[in-house]
Design a protein around this ligand. Structure first.
Ligand SMILES: [Zn+2]
Length: 434
């Protein structure tokens, strides 16, 4: 696998080199890069929730050196004035699928080779970065195994443009469970999109294999197919509390976290009891689950954007009705979770809908009950915690990575500003400018 993947990444790099206006970071020569001063009409101090006007950021190398209404302008510094815009930290998407694209989710495993999917994933990473997402958590390649580690590494080495990534390879699931290619001719043995684990021993073995292959964290499918039966929202759980607790313990052994796809009770309760790091989707969380999540600091990552997309793009009226019903239930439960003080992070589940359009998630978080500031803080401050990069990204502070974007207007007045990203810097490198 290694040789073809290397070749394909080389191809991808050649492609990028020919089509992009910015220059990729040069390999270090030892010479100091000139400092950069960013200037804009406004700057968002995400922690205090205050807009500073005007706003300036001094960038030295890949880090932020100063932030304020005016910063020192060292001799020879490059000044970038982005005009009547708001400077803010790069956005964080805590739930993406770089290896998925619209219209092909389940059949990708069958029809597309892993090298083909890897090339598409590099394009997805570029699209997300250009939309202002400078850090992301890839929640599973869905059948491309640990190929996501190659994309992460190529980005880290400055070979291709993309967000900083936390990746998990495949998700883990039970035999006959979520994403197990159930509806095909059994004689063809269509593989699962996930890695199988049915017992604690198998969970630990699969997790160790994924860690060996470069996973930063572990993703587990904790609930299976969602249905409405006699008017009731019903979803089978996949792992017991004891099984998940063993997985959490094994992940912690190497400083890693467990994230679960979990949509409904009792699966979400088992996950909260086991002490997972995030509960993703979380369409319906019960009172005790919410209480535990608040107490233990477990984040819910609501993924409204994918739900809206599925509702708007359903294949049949019945499917559309199902998706709308699910979204209504989720929105009502989300308001309860906010009132209960459950920590929230922003994750769009982009991939099944087009990469680079997922800032919509923040608008939906506001639509369903958050203030624009709360949604931005969930995205940036909580996103940094979810990705385990607290103190490094998600804020404009001295010593943080210089991951800075600029949006039109004031996002505290109108959250849709996040859809209009005119400037993108990651690690001190400018990828997009007005
Ligand atoms: Zn997902």
């Amino acid at each position: 696998m290694n040789k073809p993947r290397c070749f394909l990444i080389t191809l991808a790099v050649l492609f990028f080199a020919g089509t992009l206006a910015y220059s990729l970071p040069a390999q270090s020569t030892g010479a100091a890069e000139p400092a950069i001063v960013l200037h804009a009409a406004r700057l968002l101090d995400i922690e205090s929730g205050k807009i500073v006007s005007p706003g300036e950021v001094l960038v030295e190398g890949d880090r932020i050196a100063e932030v304020g209404t005016s910063v020192s302008h060292p001799a020879g510094a490059k000044i970038i004035d982005v005009g009547d815009r708001t400077l803010m930290p790069g956005m964080i998407d805590a739930h993406v699928h770089l290896f998925l694209h619209p219209g092909a989710e389940d059949m990708q495993t069958v029809r597309e080779s892993v090298p083909e999917r890897t090339i598409l994933a590099t394009l997805a990473a570029r699209a997300d970065l250009m939309a202002g997402f400078t850090a992301e958590r890839d929640m599973g390649t869905e059948g491309a195994g640990s190929a996501s580690t190659a994309v992460r590494n190529a980005i880290n080495e400055g070979l291709i443009p993309g967000p900083r990534l936390r990746v998990c390879a495949n998700a883990i699931s039970i035999l006959g469970g979520h994403e197990d290619a159930i509806a095909f001719n059994p004689a063809l043995h269509i593989p699962s999109n996930a890695d199988y684990a049915n017992t604690i021993d198998q969970l630990i073995e699969v997790m160790r294999e994924q860690v060996k292959e470069g996973a930063d964290f572990i993703k587990i499918y904790q609930t299976g197919r969602d249905q409405f039966i006699d008017g009731k929202f019903v979803t089978p759980f996949q792992y017991t509390e004891a099984q998940l607790a063993a997985a959490v313990k094994e992940a912690a052994r190497t400083g890693r976290f467990v994230a679960v796809h979990a949509t409904n009770e009792p699966g979400t309760l088992y996950a909260a009891e086991a002490g997972v790091h995030t509960i993703d989707h979380g369409f319906y969380l019960g009172d005790e689950t919410m209480r535990l999540m608040k107490e233990k600091g477990i984040f819910v990552v609501p993924t409204f954007a994918i739900q809206e997309y599925f509702a708007d793009h359903a294949a049949t009226p019945a499917a559309a009705a199902f998706e709308h019903r699910l979204l209504d239930l989720h929105a009502a439960n989300f308001r309860k979770a906010l009132a209960a003080g459950v920590p929230v992070a922003a994750g769009s589940d982009v991939g099944p809908f087009p990469h680079g359009t997922q800032a919509r998630e923040l608008e939906l978080m506001v639509k369903f009950g958050m203030t624009p500031l709360a949604a931005l803080q969930a995205d940036m401050l909580n996103g940094a915690k979810v990705l385990d990069w607290q103190g490094k990204v998600g804020d404009l502070k001295k010593g943080y990575f210089a991951d800075v974007i600029a949006v039109a207007g004031n996002p505290l007045d109108d959250i849709s500003a996040v859809e209009h990203v005119a400037f993108v810097m990651k690690g001190g490198v400018v990828y997009k400018r007005p």
